[in-house]
Design a protein around this ligand. Structure first.
Ligand code: NAD
Length: 332
């Protein structure tokens, strides 16, 4: 029945059931790197939970997935505490919802502003720390507060500079991904060896990065796109777009497709362009990220417990064509 007709008790029971199933799916996704369901199924159920909790704020629990950054730390890895938490990101699933996000922001912000619009890379978040320009430590996001030390594994990735072009002490963050070609080859090899195949490049990248033997990681051909840093003052920049340029100058792989957009029409055109080209890229993307370009405005808007208020992901609809292709392959 419609949520408006729920009693608080019914809402609480429905929320508990949703949390249980989401927790089970997250465990498989983040810890075993073997998802039990497609992302859109997870997202739909997460949305239902959010709607329930929004309608009945008293039923929210601190351990609800809506209140926490997903992900866990695997035993066997040294734990690292992130100096600044590595957050998740709010998401929307339609252009109308994106327009609402924009108008909500514009109501709260009195000045005019623009967005840095970027591809949402479907990999896993990494943190890289440099001291005097030398790569000293790398970590996974983990649960957002505590991640796994994967320095040795990250050292095997060619796109991560061991030494920057300037002797800076900074922490940068980005996405580690497995290129589609490497993913196809890896699964082919695994199938030939009678091993379980990975469901998608994201899970393959996560599994490859969280290896106790860095030779395994080295053989997996991973790559990175770096998109942020924790202390912008270190680079003397005032916008996200400038930060990306400086990160590129320092030697990082920075995705070239980013565009500064002022209007929703420009953003919608960017989304349409990359939704159409999605399958021609060398790596998976699952949407587009909108970030307020001004770093001062980002700081003023701040974060919730889980997500920054100044950015949002527009998630692409699930790929119907892909499902059909899979079905055909199954029946051949
Ligand atoms: P998210 O992956 O949707 O978004 C946040 C992440 O986006 C960041 O941590 C960062 O790693 C990444 N990102 C990629 N490109 C970026 C860019 N240009 N700028 C900034 N960040 C960028 O959120 P999440 O909290 O990491 O994970 C939740 C998602 O994981 C869900 O939406 C769901 O699709 C998936 N999930 C799936 C299952 C499943 O069973 N299939 C289970 C749990 C979670």
């Amino acid at each position: 029945k419609p949520i408006e007709q729920y009693s608080e008790q019914e809402a609480s029971a429905a929320a508990l059931a949703l949390r249980n199933v989401l927790e089970q799916w997250s465990q498989a996704y983040y810890t075993a790197d073997q998802p039990l369901v497609e992302d859109n199924i997870y997202d739909e159920n997460y949305r239902d939970l959010e709607t329930l909790e929004h309608a009945f704020p008293a039923i929210v629990t601190s351990d609800s997935p809506t209140q926490q950054v997903g992900g866990q730390v695997l035993p066997g890895f040294t734990k690292v505490t992130h100096e600044q938490p590595m957050l998740s990101m709010g998401d929307v699933f339609s252009l109308d919802e994106l327009a609402s996000f924009d108008s909500r922001l514009r109501k709260n912000v009195t000045t005019d502003f623009e967005y840095s619009v970027e591809l949402k890379i479907d990999g896993l978040a990494i943190s890289l720390i440099y001291e005097d320009g030398i790569f000293v430590r790398g970590a996974t996001r983990g649960n957002g507060t505590i991640g796994e030390d994967i320095t040795q594994n990250l050292k095997t990735i060619k796109s991560i500079p061991q030494k920057l072009t300037e002797p800076l002490s900074i922490e940068v963050r980005g996405e580690c991904y497995m290129p589609r070609v490497s993913f196809a080859k890896l699964n082919q090899r695994r199938e030939a060896d009678g091993l379980a195949t990975f469901a998608n490049p994201r899970n393959a990248a996560a599994g490859s990065l969280r290896q106790l033997d860095s030779r395994v990681t080295a053989a997996r051909n991973l790559s990175t796109w770096i998109y942020t840093l924790t202390d912008y003052a270190a680079l003397n920049v005032t916008t996200q777009a400038q930060a990306l340029t400086r990160l590129r100058e320092l030697g990082f792989a920075v995705n070239p497709t980013t565009k500064v957009c002022k209007t929703l029409d420009e953003i919608d055109a960017f989304i349409a362009e990359y939704q159409a080209q999605r399958n021609t890229l060398d790596y998976d993307i699952d949407g587009i990220v909108l970030k307020v370009n001004s770093l001062a405005l980002q700081a003023a808007l701040g974060n919730t417990v889980k997500v920054p208020r100044w950015e949002i992901a527009y998630k692409f609809p699930p790929e119907e064509a892909q499902t059909v292709i899979n079905e055909i392959e199954w029946t051949v």
